[in-house]
Design a protein around this ligand. Structure first.
Ligand code: PAF
Length: 285
C-alpha cells in the first residue's frame, strides 16, 4: 500500500489504476470501515482510502481534539484489506488557506443530525467534495450507519453532476447489536453494556411498523421514554421515509415502501447514532 500525504503524490499514484473506488474516513478504523474497503475492493482495480479528521464538521463543543488518531493501527488494517493507496493529508494540505467557500447542503441538513450539530453537513459536504476532486473516483463507498450523510452526499453527487457512483454499505454490528463506531471506544464498561439498547429500541419501533402500526409519533415517544428511563439523553427518535428521509404521513396514508427509524442519544458523554430499515405491513398485503 502506498501512502500519500500530498495531492501531488496522490495524483501520481492514481495514474496506475483504470477504475478507482474510494472510501473516505476519519481513521480509528474498525470492522465497519474495513467492510467498506472490501466492497470497494470488489468493484475496482484501485482502492483508495483517506484518513483525515475534518475540523470543519466538528462543532465548538464537540470532540475534534480528542477524536482518536490511530494511524499505525489503521494502516495495518487497510493493508490487510488490500487497499492500494492511503491518502492521509494534514490540515495544511487540505486547508492551506481558510476554507471560505463551502457547500450549502439542502434543507434536510438542518434536520435530525443537523438540528443537533449545526454546520455538520456543510463541513462534511465541503470536505467530501474536496476529496472527490482530489481522488476523482469512479465509485465511493459510504456506510448506512450515517444514513443522513449517505443521502446528502449522494444528492450532492447527483446535483453537481459528479460522475461518481455512491455505494451504500450495510451497518456492521457487534454480537449484541451495537453498531460499530469509532465513538464506542469512549464508553465505560457499564455504558458499553447499556449501549445496545439504542439498536433494540429502534428495532422495537421497526417491528411495530412491520406488524402494521402507523402511529409513528406514539412509537417515537415510547422509544424516547424507554431510553430516557435507562439514563440516556435523547436527541431524536424519528421515523422517516426511505427515500429522501421525509416525514411520513402521521397515519401511514402515503403508503411508504420503506421507512427508516433513526435515533441519536447520549450515554454519559458519548453520543451514539443508529438506524434500521423497515418495510411497512401494508406493502406485504
Ligand atoms: O463519515 C465520516 O467518517 C466522515 O464524515 C467523512 C465522510 C470521512 C467526511 O469527513
Amino acid at each position: 500500500m502506498e501512502i500519500c500525504h500530498t495531492a501531488a503524490e496522490l495524483s501520481e499514484r492514481l495514474a496506475a489504476y483504470r477504475k478507482v473506488a474510494f472510501v473516505p474516513t476519519m481513521g480509528n478504523l474498525h470492522r465497519g470501515h474495513l467492510s467498506l474497503m472490501q466492497i470497494a475492493r470488489e468493484r475496482a482495480d484501485g482502492v483508495v482510502a483517506s484518513i483525515f479528521v475534518n475540523r470543519l464538521q466538528f462543532g465548538p463543543n464537540e470532540d475534534f481534539d480528542r477524536y482518536p488518531r490511530t494511524i499505525e493501527q489503521d494502516r495495518a488494517g487497510l493493508e490487510a484489506e488490500g487497499v492500494n493507496v492511503l491518502f492521509a493529508p494534514d490540515e495544511q494540505e487540505m486547508y492551506p488557506t481558510p476554507q471560505v467557500y463551502r457547500v450549502q447542503p439542502p434543507p434536510l441538513a438542518t434536520e435530525l443530525e443537523g438540528a443537533f450539530r449545526p454546520g455538520f453537513f456543510d463541513g462534511v459536504c465541503t470536505v467530501v467534495l474536496k476529496l472527490f476532486n482530489l481522488v476523482q473516483p469512479d465509485i465511493a463507498v459510504f456506510g448506512k450507519k450515517d444514513r443522513q450523510q449517505l443521502k446528502i452526499v449522494r444528492g450532492m453527487a447527483q446535483q453537481f453532476n459528479m460522475p461518481i457512483q455512491i455505494v451504500a454499505a450495510e451497518t456492521v454490528r457487534a454480537d449484541d447489536g451495537l453498531a460499530l463506531s469509532s465513538r464506542n471506544g469512549y464508553l465505560t464498561a457499564d455504558e458499553r453494556r447499556e449501549a445496545p439498547r439504542l439498536y433494540r429500541t429502534l428495532r422495537w419501533i421497526a417491528d411495530g411498523i412491520a406488524a402494521g402500526r402507523t402511529d409513528y409519533a406514539n412509537l417515537e415517544v415510547a422509544g424516547r421514554a424507554e431510553l430516557a428511563r435507562h439514563g440516556w439523553n435523547v436527541d431524536y427518535i424519528a421515523v422517516r421515509h426511505g427515500l429522501g428521509l421525509r416525514i411520513p404521513h402521521p397515519e401511514g396514508f402515503d403508503h411508504p415502501n420503506l421507512l427508516i427509524v433513526l435515533g441519536a442519544a447520549k450515554l454519559g458523554a458519548t453520543r451514539l447514532i443508529d438506524n434500521v430499515d423497515v418495510v411497512p405491513k401494508h406493502n406485504e398485503d
